[in-house]
Structure formats: C-alpha cells, structure tokens
Design a protein around this ligand. Sequence first.
Ligand SMILES: Nc1nc2c(ncn2[C@@H]2O[C@H](COP(=O)(O)OP(=O)(O)OP(=O)(O)O)[C@@H](O)[C@H]2O)c(=O)[nH]1
Ligand SMILES: [Mg+2]
Length: 330
Amino acid sequence: MATNDKWYPPSPDQESSANLRVVLIGKTGTGKSATGNTIIGDDVFESRSDPNCVTQDCKVGQKERFSVKLEVIDTPGFMDPMLSPENIAEKFASCSCLKSGVHVLLLVLRIGHRYNGNDAEAMKLIAKIIGEDFVHHAVVVFTGKEQLDESNSLENHISKLPNEIKKIIKSCKGGAIAISNTGSPDERKESARKIIDKIQDIVRQNGGSDKQYRMAVFHGIERRIEEGRRRIRESNTQIQEEIRCLRSEMDKLTRADQHDQRQNIERKIQHLETQPINDDTAQSAATHQAYFRSISDIIQSIPVPTSNIIDFGLGAATVAVIAVLMKVFK
Ligand SMILES: Nc1nc2c(ncn2[C@@H]2O[C@H](COP(=O)(O)OP(=O)(O)OP(=O)(O)O)[C@@H](O)[C@H]2O)c(=O)[nH]1
Ligand SMILES: [Mg+2]
C-alpha cells in the first residue's frame, strides 16, 4: 500500500533520507527516464522521443512508495553522439548522490531494439565507468513490455539476443524483468511494484541495505587524490629542506666581499618560500587534478587540456593552483 505518494526533490545540503538508492543506466533512448517516472509515480524526469539524448545530466528524485523510501537517479544515456565517453564519465563522477554508492542498478534495455556493434561498445563503456562488478547489484529492466505476448514471452525475446547481452542478463543478480511505461495508471503502478519488489529482493540477497555498490569512476578518483596529496607532502618537504641548506650556506658567507653571493642566495630562498602550498589549497587542487586524471585514465583518453578544466566549471584561481601543481608534479 502506498503511504506517501508525494514526490519531493532531495535537499542538496542534506544527507539522503532514502533507505534505498537506485540508479538507471543504459543506452540513450531505452526508456530510463520513463522508468524513473514509473517508479516514482510522477513525471519528474524528462522523457520523450528524440534522436538526440534527452537527459543531459544526472537527476535525482526521492519518493516513498509501497512503504519503501527510494532515491532514484536518472543518468544520461551511453553512446549518444552528443556525449563523448569523457562527458559521460564526467557526468557520473560529478553526481554527488552516486559518490557514496548505490543499492541497485537498473540496466534499461528496450524490447524490439535491433542490436549492433554499438551495443557491445555501450556495454564495454558501462563496464569501464561503472565497473564490471555492477552485475552483483543489477537487474535488467526491459521497457516496451506491451510488445510481448503469449507467443513472444520475455524468455523467448532474451533467447534471440546477442550472446554478450545474454551473458550480462545471466550474471545480473536480479536477472531480467519487463515493464511498460505507457500503460494505464494502474498498469504503471503494477510496473512500479514489480521493480521495487525486485530492488528489495536484490538488497536482501546482497545482505541488506548496508551493502552498496561504488562505481569504478569513483575508485580511480580516490586513489588519485591520495596519490596527489602524498606528492604534495613530499614536494613541500623537499622545498623546506632546500631552504634549510641555502640558509646554512648563507650563514657561512660573512665576509664583505661575499655580499653579492649572499644576495643571490636570499633571492633563491625568497623564491622557494613562495612555492609551498598550504594544505587546504593543495587538497582542493589535488582533488580536482585527480578528478581529471581519473576520468582520462578510465576512458583511456588523452590528458585533459587546460581549456577543458575551465569547461568543468572551475574558477580561475583553481586553474592557477592546478598549473602550479602540474609544475610540482613534473
Ligand atoms: N512504447 C513504449 N515506449 C516507451 C516505454 N518506455 C519509454 N518509452 C518511450 O521511449 C522514448 C524515450 O524514453 P526516455 O525515457 O526519454 O528514454 P531515455 O533512456 O531516458 O533517453 P535519454 O535520456 O535520451 O538517454 C519516449 O518517447 C518514451 O515515451 C515503454 O515501455 N513502451
Ligand atoms: Mg532520459
């Protein structure tokens, strides 16, 4: 029985009060946003027929349905011509709701879709950005269930799919379900119940709501941030050591004819003293730099140029600090 059918947006400053966090993933146009709306029971995600991707950024909706508090995260589609792998990785990595992990991933596929090499690429990209282990927390949700009938059951439909897709379905903890996002309100309510039952089933199988899945894109970032901090600490220590040596050298130059040499060393010390970066700035710069590096690593792309840094919405001051760090890291 539904207890509270009102949709409410999450407060950006508050820790999520939802018990279960689920994310919709899949190729563009498969019906991710429509499925999110079906789960929430309201049109909170933009969903329409469009040759280009409709959902451009991750969006979050919260709802208590059938006595289950849910946080539903809609994401941009993989393999859209308008979104490069770098863009997609960036969009996932910058979604703070995904950072602490998700309970269940809904991999949305479409009944009637003709599979080709592009689908295999999409799956590879998902494995890179989300991580191969996502299947332990996933269920495949086929949209377009109205196209199935007695002569064409879901099992029958799956049996005709390419082997790679069949393999993924088989390894998903929740297997596959079919729903329709276009039925009557009662039918959509039934679809929502079916998905939510499946979500609860996966959470139970995984040992309860304490167990969440952290996407690969975040693993890389953390490792890089730690590495960045270590290198900053090391380079600060080196600079301090260099200053100490120069001071002791300068103390030995006491004669009047050594005045020029002393001035030279003083200038060097002054220059070095501007080099150490205070911890806060270093950490924030390391975080940002690690973020760019991880994304490039994960998708094995070229290093992110400075102009992209500005595109990511960072301020000029941060860009300047990153430039300093680039020198330190050289
Ligand atoms: N017939 C039918 N159409 C559906 C179903 N689910 C979604 N659609 C339609 O499919 C089209 C695309 O749906 P979206 O929800 O925007 O798909 P999406 O995966 O979010 O797309 P992007 O945001 O572009 O990645 C829309 O016209 C939906 O109405 C379904 O179960 N049956
Ligand atoms: Mg969408």
